[in-house]
Design a protein around this ligand. Structure first.
Ligand SMILES: Cc1cc2nc3c(=O)[nH]c(=O)nc-3n(C[C@H](O)[C@H](O)[C@H](O)COP(=O)(O)O)c2cc1C
Length: 244
């Protein structure tokens, strides 16, 4: 009788151990798959957004693997990735990360594409917590508003007009929502000022070493799921010239 009880205990323990091992294995397997998927999405997002904000530039490198880190008050952060577009080795444009700290609900994260002459090639919002239906028209998926920056520079409009219309500037605000566009306009203007002040150094940043392992610098985290790319990815490299 006692032997039977011991045998039952041993079998039960072994079964429990087996189930625990299987459970742990399944969780680890799912986790590693999810991690790989997240990394893939980040890469896809980075490539898509960087390519978008450098639209129309003639470049022959892969900016996604040609990156450095910079920082300044004007960019809203001190360790932010910048991606470089080159033609025959010369930097012809940069995709700067910038943070607008004064959104309605905190930071609004931006990618700002500027060519070597200081003209904006494109701006995209890469993360925010603004109110759906009020402040989220800054997303390219929700409205065309973000395209109003394309072709602009610090002389177009003049610096004093880099404001929303309500504050005497040239950029539209949204109905019942001025705080969000105001923050974005200010951050884009500040990114242009940063570029102007640091153009020489930015345009002289070195390319990755020949034998370096090419790494991908993912776009800033906190990208809401609904901003993840769904369209087929554009090819890396120079995009066709298009009208502003
Ligand atoms: C619940 C709630 C959420 C809001 N969310 C935003 C927002 O995301 N972005 C924004 O600019 N204004 C938002 N507003 C409105 C601002 O409080 C502010 O009134 C507005 O930006 C000023 O714009 P106006 O001068 O055009 O009225 C929100 C207001 C409320 C009550």
């Amino acid at each position: 009788m006692a032997r039977l009880v011991v045998r039952d205990i041993v079998i039960t323990t072994m079964l429990l151990g087996l189930f625990a091992a299987i459970g742990t294995g399944v969780v680890a397997w799912v986790h590693s798959g999810t991690e790989a998927r997240i990394a893939e999405n980040r890469l896809a997002m980075t490539r898509m957004r960087v390519t978008q904000v450098l639209e129309g530039l003639d470049y022959d490198n892969d900016p996604v693997t040609d990156h450095h880190r910079v920082g300044d008050e004007r960019l809203g952060g001190h360790d932010l990735p910048v991606w470089l577009a080159r033609h025959e080795g010369e930097v012809v444009g940069v995709a700067l990360s910038a943070i607008a700290p004064d959104g309605y609900s905190g930071d609004i994260r931006l990618l700002v594409g500027i060519d070597a002459t200081g003209t904006l090639r494109g701006v995209r919002v890469t993360g925010h917590r603004e109110t759906p239906g009020l402040g989220d028209d800054i997303e390219v998926e929700r409205s065309d508003w973000i395209h109003t920056f394309r072709g602009r520079s610090l002389v177009d409009p003049p610096i004093e007009l880099w404001r929303v219309r309500r504050d005497g500037g040239v950029f539209d605000q949204f109905t019942g929502a001025t705080v969000t566009p105001r923050a974005v306009v200010r951050a884009v203007r500040n990114a242009l000022l940063y570029f102007e002040e640091h153009a020489e150094a930015l345009l002289a940043l070195p390319p990755p070493e020949e034998d370096a392992v090419l790494t991908i610098e993912p776009i800033m985290p906190e990208i809401p799921d609904h901003l993840a790319p769904t369209d087929p990815l554009p090819e890396a490299g120079g995009a066709e010239e298009s009208t502003p």
